[in-house]
Design a protein around this ligand. Structure first.
Ligand SMILES: NC(=O)c1ccc[n+]([C@@H]2O[C@H](COP(=O)([O-])OP(=O)(O)OC[C@H]3O[C@@H](n4cnc5c(N)ncnc54)[C@H](OP(=O)(O)O)[C@@H]3O)[C@@H](O)[C@H]2O)c1
Length: 372
């Protein structure tokens, strides 16, 4: 039996195939057909070479391709600009797509239609990328079903758009490296980053206490108050952490056995100094573009462990079902009001230049989210 198999979608670099609907064979037989359908106009942020995002990213119209039986037509709703998106465009990330490519590794879309062999998704569902490199900065697209993970569509849009990378990273780092129990503490730098805000909230939900290091700025009190509202126990500047009085922090808070390093350079050396003997520092970002330097004495006399984390590697080492499970655990926290989206600024897709610039500025403290 042949089943008429929808539909329209957009693929970067694909040709407009006016009116072609993909045939779908369920139980043998041989036939094919074509029919007319209206193609919608897709706009996408595309780069054809690596370099400064402000120079190489362009807003272009994409041509549409028919949707195959295992494909899903998705209307993108919102997609953030993360440092990894910028690094990917610059050409200095651990995973680079073939060029030309649509930018954006993260975001949420709504399923418009599904091919006839799609079993897990239906129109109206919300989906996020299963892996990095999908190209989320576009108004709509056709993806294969296995490239997508469903998320509940009753969570806030900003939470869904920013769920698949930073909160997942925060959760894994908090539970996979040290066996912490309620009352234990964790220290981190760049605590106002997307990951940092997720760490604060997930740690609080797990009963862990956090010591949060941030860079000083003119309106530091405002930032400290915001992070404390999220559940941070201590918020301290890089400069304060270097002073001898920083030891006072540990009069009432246990020394951390886990440090989460987003920065590198001197900032990470300071985290190491405050770790408990035998503790672990997990490096997941290198915002200062400086190497991690570990004093020999800390390695010998405190036996500290230096580890790294990359979510893309975690996904390679785990099944899609385990990733879906992680997403559902985080959605439970969202439903319970224990995990909110990072501070965000929504920017319409056509104003992408403004959003790209803001995403690379220091001290902005607001995740840029492109809305479609
Ligand atoms: N390994 C993984 O699997 C994984 C997963 C997710 C994210 N990441 C990485 O984690 C990092 C943060 O990502 P995000 O999306 O959370 O970032 P984000 O929300 O854009 O925040 C960036 C953070 O970096 C800080 N920062 C920027 N330049 C800095 C510098 N020169 N020195 C010290 N701090 C600096 C900012 O602090 P100010 O406010 O002071 O500017 C801010 O706290 C990125 O490196 C990203 O690639 C890694």
């Amino acid at each position: 039996m042949w089943v008429r198999c929808a539909l329209w979608g957009a693929r970067a670099g694909s040709q407009l195939q006016s009116g072609v609907l993909a045939p779908c064979r369920r139980h043998g037989g041989a036939a094919s057909y074509s029919a007319s359908a209206q193609a919608s106009r897709v706009r996408a942020l595309i780069y054809g070479s690596h370099g400064d995002p402000a120079k190489v990213i362009e807003l272009k119209n994409l041509e549409l391709a028919a949707v195959g039986g295992s494909d899903v037509h998705v209307k993108m709703l919102a997609a953030p600009i993360n440092p990894s998106d910028i690094n990917m465009i610059q050409g200095n990330y651990g995973l680079l797509p073939k060029l030309p490519a649509v930018g954006g590794n993260e975001g949420v879309g709504q399923v418009e239609a599904v091919g006839c062999r799609v079993t897990r998704l239906k129109p109206g569902d919300w989906v996020i990328p299963a892996n990095a490199g999908l190209g989320t900065w576009q108004t709509e697209a056709v993806f294969s079903e296995k490239a997508l993970i469903q998320v509940p569509n009753d969570i806030p849009l900003q939470s869904a758009a920013t769920l698949g990378v930073n909160p997942c990273t925060a959760y894994r780092m908090l539970v996979d490296f040290e066996q912490l129990k309620p009352g234990d503490s964790v220290i981190q730098n760049a605590s106002n980053s997307g990951v940092g805000q997720a760490v604060i909230q997930i740690a609080a939900a797990l009963g862990l206490r956090t010591i949060n290091v941030v860079r000083d700025r003119p309106d530091i009190q405002k930032l400290m108050d915001r992070l404390k509202d999220l559940g941070a126990e201590h918020v301290i500047t890089e400069e304060e952490l270097r002073k001898p009085e920083a030891k006072n922090l540990f009069k009432n808070t246990p020394q951390p056995r886990l440090a989460l390093n987003c920065v590198g350079g001197k900032s990470s050396t300071e985290l190491l100094r405050h770790l408990a003997p035998g503790g672990t520092m997990v490096t997941y970002g290198g915002m200062a573009k400086q190497p991690v330097t570990a004093p020999v004495s800390l390695l010998i006399f405190k036996d500290l462990k230096l580890r790294g984390f990359w979510l893309s590697q975690w996904k390679k080492d785990h099944s899609p079902d385990e990733f879906q499970g992680l997403i559902l655990t985080l959605c439970d926290l969202i439903h319970r009001g224990q995990l909110t989206a990072p501070a965000c600024s929504e920017v319409p897709l056509q104003d992408y230049q403004r959003a790209l610039e803001a995403s690379m500025e220091p001290f902005v403290s607001s995740k840029q989210i492109l809305t479609m």
